[in-house]
Design a protein around this ligand. Sequence first.
Ligand SMILES: Cc1cc2nc3c(=O)[nH]c(=O)nc-3n(C[C@H](O)[C@H](O)[C@H](O)COP(=O)(O)OP(=O)(O)OC[C@H]3O[C@@H](n4cnc5c(N)ncnc54)[C@H](O)[C@@H]3O)c2cc1C
Length: 388
Amino acid sequence: MKLNWTPQEEAFRAELRKFLDTVDLGKPPKDKPGRIAWARRWNATLFDNGYAGPGWPEEYGGMALDLRRQVIYHEELTRARVPSHPGTGVGLCGPTIIKYGTPEQRERFLRPMLRSDVVWCQAFSEPGAGSDLQSLTTTARRDGDDYVVNGQKVWNSTADAADMAFALVRTGARDSRQKGISYLLIDMTSPGVTVRPLKDITGGSTFCEIFFDDVRVPVANRIGEENEGWKITRTTLGHERSAGVLTQAAFYRTIVDEIYDLLRERGVTEDSVARDRLAELEVQTRLLQVNAMRILSHIQEYGEPGPIASVSRLINSGFEQRLHEIVLELLGPAGLLDGPDGVQGRRWTYGYLRTRASTIGAGTMEIQRNAVAEQVLGMPFDPAMPPR
Ligand SMILES: Cc1cc2nc3c(=O)[nH]c(=O)nc-3n(C[C@H](O)[C@H](O)[C@H](O)COP(=O)(O)OP(=O)(O)OC[C@H]3O[C@@H](n4cnc5c(N)ncnc54)[C@H](O)[C@@H]3O)c2cc1C
């Protein structure tokens, strides 16, 4: 993405690029435990060199970068193709602890999380509570200085590699909905925790089920007050999420350029249907960039990302799916094959299957549309949901 970077910002980019170019990560291991260990090593290296947590405060090992530098940071890491943080702690739970944790909790949890010494998973969804998360039924009963947790979670990314979980549990009455939910940090090695990986459509297993059976969790591991977990779950750190949207625009620019090269090599680009599809891809990619710019200029002018941020998330998840559909259509059967006749080790088939989940995880497409209708367009609340 082209912005008018200041000389100081360009200097920051050059310094970061130099660092990234000097680190030899080796090839990513093929097996999942190996890949997680590889990502952990890389994130520890980033941390030890002062390049971890672009939006985190410096006192917890972060860089405290302003939004424009965060964009540069993510662009450069995307360009270098380094592994991202294993688990979901840094983007979701870290900011919550920074904002609502006690000084002891911040001291105990934040640095090991950022350095990947401790990997975290999110334990929110349940078999009967996904879009309507406020109906969750996993209970935490107070017993002295502990809670005793019972229930089942599902779709928990990286839970089979996680040392800790950040969980939403019911501490209020069964029908208390958002008024009876607390936010607990649960040690995954505690007696009574069982993790069962689930196979997904790609053949791999990115998420799991978690069962809690009389699991004792110290009250000291509760973030915020009892029954006030709901309101703190939505915390993000400053504009880190917006930085994510801006980075995605840069990421997809690179991917779409790679697609053009690939299709040119295979002699597909002269076909008129193919050209039509590629024009569609190009338009969508530029739309992502324009939306990213709109978010950035809104933040610069008003201090917050504005309504376009929710619309962008909706567009981005649909785009990921459309991109893979188009590539597979244009590659034909070769896109599906392994071995010498196949294309790039079935990368695009894998991507096609993987991105089926893009319009489900972190809020389905329908729920996102509801959010845009209600919060951006000011339409009446969804009658299918309980009154807020
Ligand atoms: C790849 C991936 C990773 C995930 N990682 C995690 C994780 O780490 N931790 C975690 O806790 N969860 C995780 N999830 C779970 C995710 O948050 C839920 O799948 C999601 O919230 C949807 O809930 P659900 O699957 O129960 O579907 P449901 O809520 O049962 O929805 C079923 C269908 O009904 C539609 N629907 C429901 N309510 C409405 C409504 N009011 N209006 C219109 N349509 C509606 C939905 O859009 C959907 O099409 C992950 C999911 C995926 C796909």
